[in-house]
Design a protein around this ligand. Structure first.
Ligand SMILES: *Cc1c(COP(=O)(O)O)cnc(C)c1O
Length: 488
């Protein structure tokens, strides 16, 4: 497809307006540009067609099934958008004084209350803008708490070998050392390995539960005991909360700090890099260290409390990603007390897919899963040379977004599948049919899989080149001359 600049012809215009017949204020010479801006010159209908064609190529949850494991790509109800577009929310200024923003502050306060209930922990900050920023915030809170106790030697954070990449990254950014604990054949943390690793230098554990294998750790209470008995803290990566909301709470499992991914569990359009929300909840002892300001209630009034002398400081501008708060709040209030039906359906859907696919793909951990599960294409690879990547690319020909592949790292040829609660049985069956037909094709026609996708606007890419030499900027050679694409 041509770029809009390549469609440009001198003199073409999208619209015509009569020339201006009022006096034009004089713009000082030094502020005037010397050459006209290099804008594409394209008629209006061609502009509309150009961008409509691009939009049609886009794949999203509104166009099809999107079982991208660990990302919780659920359908986002339109009512969320209606609510966030209400003028009182939409037109609020970020620096509005508290008196003029009572409704917004009340919504934030209520969101904090609901999130506290979901986690089973009393105090919440809404500031972090993503799960990963929540992780960093949580680790800074740990550091502040240990410093407060005078325990400066606690420098090591332990993560699971199934951990999401942001966990080790956050540990490093927060200035801790990283240690890893192994996973057993059943997919639980290896308690013997763990007992040998936790000591007086241990600051804490960072864990996703259910893990990125989609498995609930059956030994979580013993794990918590191992850390707490040594004075260390437990951090819960809440990316998989969609499995447990209303059924079990991280605070009850023994976790001290939790982040939520509002954009995953509590419904936001995401996948293009934001906006997201990563609130953090903590036990009462850690509350004084939360980022300032926090939203507090005084009788019937709400305000931002900046007077927090032990706070780790601000982690996000203004009051945080407010539009995200409104959407998640609308989403939760639409469920009301029935919020657990969300998780129940997510877990049921995942187990349905697992049961219908485990005879054609390898299932490394064969037990009931939570809201997602991990298959492996290793037999297809051994027998027919077909990889998880080939399966993923071929799914695109069926109009389905590929699952997450090659993660978690403990499973070779991993296919990590998360259907979410928002899909109908018919959609799930379509996915099963596609996955089964791909497995059959691997035996009869592996070359078709290796060349997939065959029906998409973009075919198989040179992924190494795309990463190492990305073309991200359009460059003109000189004004008026034919343009070239510059590689940066
Ligand atoms: C998505 C995810 C994260 C990071 O969250 P972001 O909101 O994308 O920063 C961390 N851990 C797990 C397990 C995740 O799936």
């Amino acid at each position: 497809m041509e770029l809009i600049f390549e469609k440009s012809q001198p003199g073409r215009r999208a619209g015509r307006v009569p020339s201006y017949d009022l006096p034009v204020p004089e713009i000082p010479a030094e502020l005037r540009r010397e050459t006209p801006p290099r804008l594409p010159e394209v008629p209006e209908n061609e502009i509309v067609r150009h961008f409509t064609e691009l939009a049609d190529r886009n794949f999203g949850i509104d166009t099809g099934f999107y079982p991208l494991g660990s990302c919780t790509m659920k359908y986002n109800p339109r009512v969320n958008e209606r609510v966030v577009g209400l003028p009182g929310f939409r037109d609020l200024h970020p620096l509005q004084e508290d008196e003029g923003a009572q409704g917004a502050l009340e919504l934030m306060w209520e969101l904090q209350e609901i999130l506290a209930e979901v986690a089973g922990l009393p105090a919440v900050t809404l500031q972090p803008a993503a799960g990963s920023q929540g992780e960093l915030t949580g680790l800074m809170l740990m550091r502040a708490a240990f410093a407060d106790r005078g325990e400066h030697g606690r420098n090591v954070i332990i993560t699971a070998d199934t951990a999401h990449g942001t966990n080790p990254a956050s540990v490093t950014m927060a200035g801790f050392e990283l240690a890893k604990v192994a996973t057993t054949d059943r997919g639980n943390l290896d308690l013997d390995d763990l007992r040998g690793k936790v000591d007086d230098r241990t600051a804490g554990l960072m864990l996703t539960n259910p893990s990125t294998l989609g498995l609930f750790d059956e030994g979580i209470e013993e794990v918590a005991e191992v850390f707490h008995s040594r004075g260390a803290l437990l951090y819960y990566d809440g990316a998989n909360l969609n499995a447990v909301v209303g059924r079990s709470r991280p605070g009850d499992m023994g976790f001290d700090i939790v982040h939520y991914n509002l954009h995953k569990t509590f419904s936001q359009p995401h996948g293009g890099g934001g906006p997201g929300g990563g609130p953090v909840a903590v036990r009462a002892e850690l509350e004084p260290f939360l980022p300032a300001p926090v939203v507090v209630r005084d009788g019937d009034a709400f305000r931002l409390d900046h007077d927090r002398p032990r706070s780790i400081g601000r982690v996000r501008g203004f009051a945080g990603p407010f539009g995200v708060f409104v959407r998640s709040y609308a989403f939760m209030r639409a469920y009301g007390a029935a919020l657990r039906e969300m998780s129940d359906a997510a877990v049921l859907n995942a187990n349905y897919l697992l049961a219908r696919l485990k005879d054609v793909y390898d299932l490394p951990y064969d037990r009931l899963c939570m809201h997602e599960f991990v298959l492996s294409a290793r037999s297809l690879k051994r027998e027919h040379g077909v990889t998880a990547l080939d399966v993923a690319k071929r799914l695109m020909d069926h109009g389905i977004h590929p699952p997450t592949i090659y993660f978690p790292l403990v499973v070779s040829e991993a296919l990590m599948i998360e259907p979410t609660e928002t899909e109908t049985k018919e959609r799930l069956d379509e996915f099963v049919d596609a996955m089964r037909s791909i497995a059959a094709e691997a035996a009869t026609d592996p070359e078709t899989l290796k060349g997939a996708p065959h029906t998409r606007p973009v075919r198989r890419l040179d992924e190494v080149k795309a990463a190492k030499e990305p073309v991200v900027r359009y460059a003109f050679e000189q004004p008026g001359a034919a343009a070239t694409i510059e590689s940066r």
